[in-house]
Design a protein around this ligand. Sequence first.
Ligand code: ZN
Length: 239
Amino acid sequence: MIKVTVWNEFIHENVNEHVRSIYPEGIHNEIAKFLSKNEDIQVRTATLREHNHGLDDEILDDTDVLIWWGHAAHHEVSDEIVAKVHECVLKGMGFIALHSAHYSKPFIKLMGTSCSLRWRDDDRERLWCVNPGHPIARGVPEYFEIPNEEMYGEFFDIPTPDELVFLGWFRGGEVFRSGCVFNRGYGKVFYFQPGHETHPIYKDENIQRIITNAVYYLNPVKRRERISADCTKAPEEDL
Ligand code: ZN
């Protein structure tokens, strides 16, 4: 059983009528709904305004893959929780950063760069698979189109990805590294660009397949169970 926690800041859905009409139960529940169709995936959700942002130690310890959607309130996420998420990834937990989570505190900490990018309003996107043999691309066509998505373009200030799986092209001519895998300690990170809140991106079958594939791919192969508070030190059994 793979235990997934879908975290959403859950602000746009509460203040914007249009976003609420697309995701009446929030983006987190939309993602939880399609992931739950898999018998071997157990999903829970967590949101910003819950105590500890819904990420108590017991929840993080019991999470194999953490999915993160945030945009309007990255600054409200406590540094203490960010440090714990970071440590969990180094110990083996998978972390999927969706769309505007490129500017989330945990993603920036995991990357070590500014994670800035070029952006403008909506355009048609064609998402190309540039690594068809990759497990995250299983069952995904060589390209598919998203009729309306916020444009994200290069230069995207991230470290060179360990694995590049998708490349986005926009009608305005911009390109973007839209699906990237990074190895961090015992864990893996997947950044996936589509997902602007004013369009029903997470209802798209290909998008759902990619996120589901990513959950399986990021499920920890080996976890470092005993670790000192300081992740830069090797645990006793490794010495
Ligand atoms: Zn957006």
